[in-house]
Design a protein around this ligand. Structure first.
Ligand code: UDX
Length: 439
């Protein structure tokens, strides 16, 4: 099948590469000539493991094309995916900004020739598919088309396997003809017995927000439990393990940390709150999830301050990890952006290391010192803060690290290390919700 993907950002590029791997003939279209030129030259603008190989392979086999020519791509396609950005609105009130979605709908409308399915892949508020349909119809009343919602559930760092082996495919469609096209697009997954949920466009749109809000709620729940564990001397690791063994709860997303970040959870929980409020159906649970996440980040600042004697002025803090999670260079809404500036403002010298996020971080947090290695970040430090659980921070030479520090204070905000082992090594060790057994 001939498919056009509009938007060559994270979602568009992953979708295009994977659908071409399924055997479809895919054209990725973007208005940004510089981006398309780079892709034509084999350079991938984002960091996602395996994506470069997949793009190169399918491009060289002529299954995957890149262009700025919308007309030619759309005219030849049976399916057109909208994968443009939906950032939080500049008004700052949580609404998703749909400017690019409607612009793409208006731009593609005059070029529809034969029956075409327009597919919303971007995360969009409930009702957007209907609005896209109206937009296209207004521009081109003669067009033979349907609009379908087909949300993505891709995790950064694992996007290819999430696309190729998803837990489910959600198709929000009111038209059996359009549903048949989507089934053909995802035929390799259908053959592999992947569950398909076929529902209305509104339900599909809400499924995406509800799934992300539920995962965010699980994280806020365990973060709140970790605060209670700290208060009563209980162990959150045993707690989440025991909870997770209950099949009704499940073990995933019960790992405490400095608060969730990234391009999806913070944005989507706020957008869901706005959708709910607008329709007079406020979600108090999701409100609490968002509040607990802000409180968790503030609590981490206090934890660090308390660990270094109550004041950060004149102290050197070594930081390991800046991105919102490992295996990505993405700093969007990373807890580091909320935790480090308040410490720096109160006079701490921050020495940070991150395997992939430092270039971007330099532009957002210019007052921080960026170091070549995790060991350099810890040189002469009064404390180390482990913020992102990159694999390379799981296997540090801890004695070497300790010998380079001014005082051996280790604040582990991802619970990577064993509290008793760290005590044996001579560290004053702090983690989240885990007591020292022999203190
Ligand atoms: C998420 C969803 O998983 C994905 O389905 C959706 O389409 C996009 O949003 P992503 O943002 O890539 O994916 O990251 P994810 O791995 O879900 O982690 C999000 C944040 O939660 C990270 O900051 C991570 O550190 C944090 N997290 C995750 C925890 O603090 N504890 C956990 O147990 C799991």
């Amino acid at each position: 099948m001939k498919i056009t993907i509009i938007g060559t950002g994270y979602v568009g590029l992953v979708t295009g590469a994977c659908l071409s791997e399924f055997g479809h003939e895919v054209t990725c279209m973007d208005k940004d000539q510089a981006k398309i030129d780079k892709l034509l030259n084999g350079s991938i603008p984002i960091y996602e493991p395996g994506l470069d190989v997949l793009v190169k392979k399918n491009a060289s086999e002529q299954h995957l094309h890149f262009t700025t020519d919308l007309q030619n791509a759309v005219q030849q396609s049976t399916a057109v995916f909208l994968a443009v950005g939906t950032p939080s609105h500049r008004r700052g009130n949580g609404y998703a900004d749909l400017t690019y979605v409607y612009e793409a709908a208006r731009d593609l409308a005059p070029h529809l020739r034969n029956y075409t399915v327009v597919i919303d892949k971007s995360t969009v508020p409930v009702g957007t598919a209907q609005q896209v349909k109206r937009t296209i119809y207004t521009e081109n009343p003669e067009a033979d088309f349907d609009v379908v919602s087909n949300p993505e559930f891709l995790r950064e760092g694992a996007a290819l396997s999430d696309f190729m082996r998803p837990d489910r495919v959600v198709i929000g469609s009111e038209s059996p003809r359009a549903t048949a096209v989507l089934k053909e697009i995802y035929n390799p997954l259908y053959l592999r017995d992947t569950p398909f949920v076929i529902t209305s466009p509104e339900t599909a749109e809400l499924i995406k927000y509800a799934s992300n809000a539920f995962l965010a709620t699980k994280i806020s729940f365990i973060n709140e439990m970790s605060t209670i564990c700290d208060a009563v001397g209980a162990d959150v690791a045993a707690l989440s393990k025991a909870m997770g063994l209950d099949g009704r709860i499940g073990s995933k997303f019960l790992h405490p940390g400095p608060g969730y970040g990234g391009s999806c959870f913070p944005k989507d929980t706020l957008a869901l709150l706005r959708i709910a409020q607008e329709h007079g159906a406020a979600s108090r649970l999701v409100e609490a999830t968002v509040e607990v996440n802000s409180a968790q980040k503030a609590r981490m600042v206090k934890k660090i301050r308390d660990a270094i004697g109550g004041s950060e002025a004149g102290k050197t803090i070594g930081v390991l990890g800046l991105t919102f999670k490992p295996e990505t260079d993405d700093l969007r809404d990373s807890p580091a952006l909320s935790i480090l500036p308040p410490l720096a403002e109160k006079g701490a010298r921050i020495q940070a290391h991150d395997p992939a996020g430092m270039e971007e971080a330099k532009t957002i947090m210019p007052d921080i010192h960026y170091m070549e290695s995790p060991y350099e970040a810890c040189r002469d430090a009064d404390a180390i803060v482990l913020l992102t659980e990159w694999n390379q921070y799981r296997a540090l030479d801890l004695l070497k690290l300790k010998s380079m520090m001014k005082s051996p204070v280790f604040i582990d905000l991802r619970n990577v290390y064993d509290p008793d082992r760290m005590k044996e090594l001579g560290f004053q060790y702090y983690s989240i919700g885990r007591p020292l057994r022999h203190s």
